[in-house]
Design a binder for this molecule. Sequence first.
Ligand SMILES: Cc1cc2nc3c(=O)[nH]c(=O)nc-3n(C[C@H](O)[C@H](O)[C@H](O)COP(=O)(O)OP(=O)(O)OC[C@H]3O[C@@H](n4cnc5c(N)ncnc54)[C@H](O)[C@@H]3O)c2cc1C
Length: 462
Amino acid sequence: MQSMTNRGMPVTIPAERIIEPDHPDFDVARQEWNGMVDHRPAVIVRATSTEDVVAALAIARAAGLSVSIRGGGHNVAGLAVGDGALVVDLSAMRSVEVDVDRRRVRVGGGARWRDVDAATQAHALAAPGGMVSDTGVAGLTLSGGMGWLRSKHGLSCDALRSAQVVVADGRILRATEDENPDLLWALKGGGGNFGVVTELEFELFPVGPIVATSIALYPIDEAGARLRDFRDLVADLPDEVSTLADLAPIPDDDAFPGAMRGHGGLIVMGVAAAEPEAGARLLRPLGSLGGGAVADVGGSMPYADLQQFFDADYPSGTMRYYWKSSFANDLPDGMIDRLVDGFRRRPSHHSTVDFWPHGGAAARVSFDESAFGQRETGWLISAEANWEDPADDAANIGWDRDTVAEVGGTAYLNFPGLLEEGEQQARTSHGATFGRLTEVKRAYDPDNLFRFNANIPPAIGR
Ligand SMILES: Cc1cc2nc3c(=O)[nH]c(=O)nc-3n(C[C@H](O)[C@H](O)[C@H](O)COP(=O)(O)OP(=O)(O)OC[C@H]3O[C@@H](n4cnc5c(N)ncnc54)[C@H](O)[C@@H]3O)c2cc1C
């Protein structure tokens, strides 16, 4: 490793891993998943170790730069790369170590969910992740983390047992229930506000390797009625079953019924955290809403495949995306009808409106246990505007905002649009936990070095 001087600071990061605007890789290195995002940082540091992260923060402090953190680079608002910031890029830190006896997994700060699923499923174990395998473990977890195991095992952040964090002044801290417990609490929902997380440790649960799924397809003309049936059904489903209903384009693919292919429809999906046979029984009602689904294209499948089921729908760097969301206590009939109407008016065929029941284990965690501030709501509604042509930006963003405005609650910070509301969005989304989060922020990042996030300002005064 060669020693070099950067911006007046002696550091031990090899020159080829420090990428400034005149570097030939600069444009590739600053590219994020959302093709609509075009941020120009001051410098990108490709870290390969916790020591690199310490050195990168020293450079930032010496140069007076604020810091953005790149985990999986899949932030919907493009927060991994800040305009004018020093980017701590953790993409190379993707290690995964499974401890089968203790049912724990230790994961590098730049790992993707597919890395974790591959290593843990080799032992029929899983940590609750998201629904697309390319998303970063750290970014998703630090703001909550909703996936197919949430009703049984909670959000991703609920399974976080410890973390290694480089805080603003360069100290390397462990956050556990005994060591810096306030930091661990804040990492469970408070986002990337408190430092660079170089390692996360999760509890693992027995899952798979084969799980039962239901992917039931209903015609768009029945969508309102079937969504009412779905709303009434999920209240009675056991924790083993996690569900999602999407108003979405039905893929133009042989696996789907001919009459529906290429058109909008309602997809009611469920996954059972149970033995496949018992799971299939638990899922049966999802395909029997009203007079029954046109088809159920689910069935038993490897959990690792399920985790990649949606991957192809979300190409990186080419499509334009704007995803806003709103929690809701209830789903009244009128709201369902307006959301179905909204879906029918979508400017882009690729866009969806998604209904996430928010209950079971994910709803039974107290504010003392985690900073995630939205436990007591029944539903998350998200509108995904997905399109290709920059000329259509205004129409798609406007559609998304109008659709979510029908719900009128607070946003899930992993689906925040472009986070236009800034700190106000963090304040309203955290709600009950916001005050305590500002205290933790003051303790670990008093000068707000980490501000490319749903920013929590450091508390003022003593
Ligand atoms: C295709 C797709 C599917 C998705 N599906 C789901 C889903 O099923 N469930 C769900 O809950 N969410 C989902 N999301 C939202 C996702 O959780 C967020 O976009 C999240 O920010 C992605 O994390 P990342 O590490 O890839 O992001 P990045 O862009 O790398 O980082 C985002 C932010 O997270 C913080 N951060 C990231 N890594 C670290 C770290 N190591 N230390 C400290 N802070 C860090 C930083 O503040 C950073 O600005 C999805 C997103 C996409 C693009």
